[in-house]
Design a protein around this ligand. Structure first.
Ligand SMILES: *Cc1c(COP(=O)(O)O)cnc(C)c1O
Length: 339
């Protein structure tokens, strides 16, 4: 039987409807600004996120790198949560590409608080590096797909503004957060300087992310994208997948959240396991008795693929290619492995 792949929501295959939209996409050379599908996607995402403009980029990692580059000067510090994607899974991109250093602090649910932002403010001194940017992550991947709600987001962004810090939101899964809260995505990023969001996660596209910001910053971002080798040509084929997904794939994300809760409950019943109560499509389990790679291998033998994030942490992610019967099989495999 085909394994149930819960390693990530990036493993989805394009649906027939998405492939049809891609095949029929109107295209042009986007480096010349002539791809109508890319333009349409950029305008649509800018609008959904409440910004003037957006830029289509090949990956979320590149989107974050571009945003950080546009918002900082060499030698600055960037206030981030300890387990955030920009510090854990993007090599040392902010140091290598922007010459900035992370100031990593811990937040139990992954979401920086206004108090943590205020603590980063210090009287200026010529021998100190200063924080100039705060990066928020919503949903927070490694904390277990946790959602920062509208009030919390507003408060932390307001604290950053008061401190004179800029704000970037790593919203790779902002669509999941919006669906979980029943809020428009724009409400979750209002007041930020830049937002990065992915089409290639829960929305099920083969490739693509966007950075949204003011028109002026997006023009600078376009230059940085070119510098990083991210200028694309007939990328309307990829943009068409995104346009299709924004129409067809956002509302169904709630199903992924329901299935993740089932998996979280099954893991939580396991011996020596502490599992997060999923708010969205990610379950993170801490294993007290057994190494995570060993449990991942045991699950794989029962046809369920999960990822060991480190020695003690196992992650399972639901997505559109995992249905209810797959979820039932996964629950059985979890019970047999950890029960
Ligand atoms: C996946 C992810 C990214 C990076 O996206 P890629 O397209 O894989 O480079 C950034 N931030 C978060 C929170 C992610 O989950």
């Amino acid at each position: 039987m085909k394994p149930i792949d819960l390693r990530s929501d990036t493993v989805t295959r394009p649906t027939p409807g998405m492939r049809k939209a891609m095949a029929e996409a109107e295209v042009g050379d986007d480096v010349f600004g002539e791809d109508p599908s890319v333009r349409r996607l950029e305008d649509r995402v800018a609008d959904l996120l409440g910004f003037e403009a957006a830029l289509f980029v090949p990956s979320g990692t590149m989107g974050n790198a571009i945003a950080i580059r546009v918002l900082t000067e060499r030698g600055d510090e960037v206030l981030v949560e300890r387990r955030s994607h920009v510090v854990r899974y993007e090599l040392s991109a902010m140091s290598v590409l922007s010459g900035v250093m992370p100031r990593a602090v811990e937040a139990p649910d992954g979401h920086l608080t206004p108090a943590q932002v205020r603590e980063a403010v210090a009287p200026p001194a010529y021998y100190k590096s200063d924080v100039s940017l705060v990066v928020l992550e919503n949903t927070h991947n490694l904390a277990g797909g946790t959602v920062q709600d509208v009030a919390e987001t507003r408060a932390v962004i307001a604290a950053a503004r008061d401190a004179g810090f800029r704000v970037h939101v790593d919203g790779a899964r902002i669509w999941n957060a919006a669906v979980a809260l029943g809020e428009p995505p724009s409400a979750l990023v209002a007041g930020a300087d830049t937002v990065m969001t992915c089409l290639s996660k829960g929305l099920g596209c083969p490739v693509g992310s966007l950075v949204a910001s003011s028109r002026e910053r997006i023009e600078r971002a376009r230059r940085v994208r070119k510098l990083l080798g991210g200028g694309m040509r007939q990328s309307g084929i990829l943009a068409a997948a995104g346009l299709w997904a924004l129409d067809e794939a956002v509302d169904r994300l709630g199903e992924d959240h329901t299935r993740a809760r089932r998996l979280g409950e099954a893991l939580g019943r396991g011996r020596g396991v502490r599992a997060t109560r999923p708010q969205t499509n990610i379950v993170v389990a801490t294993l007290e008795d057994r190494p995570a790679p060993e449990v991942a291998a045991a699950l794989a033998e029962r046809g369920v693929l999960a990822i060991a994030m480190d020695a003690r942490t196992l992650r399972l992610v639901t997505h559109r290619d995992v249905g209810d019967s797959d979820c039932t099989r996964a629950v059985e495999a979890i019970e047999a492995t950890l029960g």
